[in-house]
Design a protein around this ligand. Structure first.
Ligand code: CUA
Length: 332
């Protein structure tokens, strides 16, 4: 029995150890969450080995002979074993709760000195507003080793914010503000994923999170996009914007978070590639595609994904500028 138990223990240990189950770990919080995960996984592996050993041994050792028609011995309870199989799981579950509780307190705790970013979710895009910078972007830009508090809001239905490499996941709910604390530790580009079924475009509701080393972050603060493609914008600045700026800015349009357009340097392919679908089209078609996106659907795409409120979000002037820009950029 001991041999079977050791065998199963080693087998599940090998499966756990040699297969990379978790995504990259890129935040302070990820370490804590992974520690809880592995603690629970180890407890499960031990229990699995124990149960497998007892069941396989009992199945083999106490199997009835083919001609044995006798009933088994009538056994009514065993106080010692019952106390054992109640006490051990109770102790394990309590240990897991305490460990998880401490981990939760740890990852939700944020130092006084941190940055606060407003995260807005809507069908089907993310936008990020840096409170102290008066800047809104379509991608989340973070500084390595700087704790940030992300305050989540939703404009329409429930969405959920998740960056697998940061581990932290939280719902964005209309009408209330939820929060996520993250201290990114590894420069790189990660996916921001919506993990709450929020409509037709749920599967494509993604953005990028870019973690920059301190020096590059300072450069980004100073206004250089620092190698990022789309989503750069100044928030609420007013004034006269050119068409490309409207196309790439997070508010009010955020076109570049979904569409490829060579002229604007965007390469995202969530929605139709504008270099293809707008090629040779006239002004009226482009205008209609923006204000009434379901009027004509590009091949391979579904209606109801692109928001229908761009006619309201953009002022008449902005809409005209955007249409004119798209007309020129796609050679219409
Ligand atoms: Cu937003 Cu799913």
């Amino acid at each position: 029995m001991v041999a079977i138990g050791v065998l199963f223990g080693l087998a599940s240990g090998a499966v756990a150890y040699f297969i990379p189950w978790l995504p990259d770990s890129a935040s302070e919080e990820a370490k804590t969450i992974d520690a809880v995960y592995w603690m629970v996984a180890i407890i499960c592996a031990i229990i699995f080995a124990l149960v497998a050993a007892v069941s396989i041994y009992a199945g083999w050792r106490f199997r009835a002979a083919p001609d044995d028609e006798e009933d088994g011995a009538p056994i009514h309870g065993h106080t010692g074993i019952e106390i054992t199989w109640t006490a051990i799981p109770a102790a394990l579950v309590t240990a897991m709760s305490v460990f998880s509780g401490l981990a939760l307190a740890d990852i939700e705790d944020i130092p006084d000195k941190h940055r606060t970013i407003q995260v807005t979710a809507q069908q089907f895009a993310w936008s990020f507003t840096y409170e102290d910078l008066d800047r809104t972007t379509g991608e989340l830009v973070l500084k390595e080793d700087e704790p940030v508090e992300l305050l989540l809001n939703a404009k329409d239905v429930i969405h959920a914010f998740w960056v697998p490499e940061f581990r932290m996941k939280q719902d964005a709910v209309p009408g209330i503000e939820t929060k996520v604390v993250v201290t990114p530790t590894k420069p790189g580009t990660y996916d921001v994923i919506c993990t709450e079924l929020c409509g037709l475009g749920h599967a494509v509701m993604r953005a990028r999170a870019r973690v920059l080393p301190a020096a590059e972050y300072e450069a980004w603060l100073a206004g250089e996009p620092g190698g990022g493609g789309g989503g750069e914008a100044t928030g609420g600045g007013g004034g006269e914007a050119d068409g490309k700026a409207i196309f790439t800015s997070a508010e009010p349009s955020a076109c570049s978070t979904c569409h490829t357009l060579a002229d604007a340097g965007s390469t995202v392919e969530i929605g139709p590639n504008l270099d293809n679908v707008l090629e040779g089209k006239d002004e009226d078609f482009i205008r209609e595609s923006i204000v009434d996106p379901d009027a004509e659907i590009a091949e391979g795409f579904q209606p109801g994904v692109m928001p229908k409120d761009y006619g309201d979000r953009l002022s008449d002037e902005e809409l005209d500028t955007l249409v004119k820009y798209l007309l020129e950029a796609t050679g219409g």
